[in-house]
Design a protein around this ligand. Structure first.
Ligand code: FMN
Length: 368
């Protein structure tokens, strides 16, 4: 007999928001928004996930209004009238279907390929202008640039509230701008935004959170997504021990993060030796805040391999349920399984495992 899904399909509340179940759609860049505007097809795509029983949708990364925040003009923006009209339509489609939705606010930092991105004459932005340790692609950001980015996040959070989104997620993971401040390898500043100490390197994110809180108030749900790993270095850990992780998370938690979304590629991997807890488990234990886990839920292979063309078969989620049922974390984000199958949540709830779909590379080429 398989493990109970009762808890997965029970409601969960944080900062005044109640989601109907613990299944969260992981943010996934789809690049189907020509001119940076999400159209009716994007709205219908998210609506299908709400109809399929997803408790909370986190949108694909959507870029804040800073001149070099994006890397492509088919990634939706989160500023400007046309894009925001598109997003309002997304919100109303999802809400009509009974779903909840938050945008993932994003600045790509030096992951932007300057020549191929919008505004190719403008150098990319990074705390020390580094793409990876030792590889410079721009000058370090000036204090004015840092402030402009903080303001851009603040304005996008205000736009989210105005458009009717149920909260926001900040993309602080995977080696993009916020994470470039967290990571010593890309943050070699010697001012208040840098330093040898990981706690000092949280200041950029803390300033963003404070700016957002002063704009939208304390009662608007705010999720921070973070990861130890970087696209530039899969094995890196910002916090190599649980003590360092506690110190790193504290200023972020104190600034007003409601939920930590702990990005790992395989949810079952213990974060530190001597304990089974994964990153979401440790983060919940250390901060007392709710957490979201993620990484290969319901699929046989992990997502970086998917970009290289590897497919993934549906697999049992019993081990995940065991961890959820013992409160290691509170919510579960699902990426590729939901990308390929809008009905994933309802199929799991109804025990229709035989109907779950295989994830293939082709799934990424359409907005089904
Ligand atoms: C096509 C695709 C696009 C993604 N884009 C984003 C993104 O915009 N922001 C983000 O934080 N993670 C992004 N991710 C990572 C996912 O949110 C998720 O963490 C990862 O796919 C692992 O979950 P999974 O194994 O269930 O797919 C993306 C993943 C995929 C497959």
């Amino acid at each position: 007999m398989s493990t109970s899904t009762e808890k997965l399909f029970s409601p969960f509340s944080f900062n005044g928001l109640t989601i109907p179940n613990r299944v969260v759609m992981a943010p996934m860049t789809r690049s189907f928004s020509p001119g940076e505007v999400p159209g009716a097809d994007v709205a219908a795509y998210y609506r299908r996930r709400a109809e399929g029983g997803t408790g909370l949708i986190i949108t694909e990364g959507t870029t804040v209004g800073h001149r070099v925040a994006t890397m492509a003009d088919n990634i939706p923006a989160f500023h400007g009238q046309a894009a925001m009209e598109g997003w309002k339509n997304v919100v109303s489609e999802v809400h009509e279907a009974g779903g909840k939705i938050m945008p993932q606010l994003w600045h790509v930092g030096t992951m932007r390929n300057q020549k191929e991105a919008p505004n190719p004459d403008e150098p990319s932005a990074g705390p020390s202008g580094l793409f990876v340790p030792g590889k410079s692609v721009a000058d370090p950001m000036t204090p004015e640039d840092i402030q402009a980015c903080i303001d851009a996040f603040r304005r996008s959070a205000a736009a989210a509230r105005e458009a009717g989104f149920d909260g926001i997620e900040l993309h602080g993971a995977h080696g993009y701008l916020i994470d470039q401040f967290f990571w010593e390898g890309t943050n070699q500043r010697d001012d208040e935004y840098g330093g040898k100490d990981a706690v000092a390197r949280t200041k950029f994110a803390v300033d963003i959170i404070n700016a957002i809180r002063s704009e939208v108030g304390d009662d608007y749900p705010l999720i921070l997504r973070y990861s130890q790993w970087k696209q530039q270095d899969f094995d890196h850990k910002i916090a190599p021990t649980s003590e360092e992780l506690a110190a790193f998370l504290k200023p972020l938690s104190d600034a007003g993060v409601d939920v930590f979304h702990c990005s790992t590629r395989r949810f079952w991997e213990p974060e530190f030796e001597g304990s089974d807890l994964n990153l979401a488990g440790w983060t919940k234990k250390l901060t007392g805040k709710p957490t979201i886990t993620v990484g290969s839920v319901g699929l046989s292979g992990e997502f970086i391999a998917a970009f290289a063309g590897e497919g993934s078969e549906p697999t049992s989620i019993d081990k995940l349920l065991d961890r959820l049922n013992r409160d290691e974390f509170d919510m579960v984000a699902v990426g590729r399984a939901l990308l390929v199958d809008a009905e994933w949540a309802n199929k799991i709830r109804d025990g229709r495992a035989d109907e779950l779909k295989t994830f293939t590379r082709e799934a990424m080429t359409e907005l089904a």
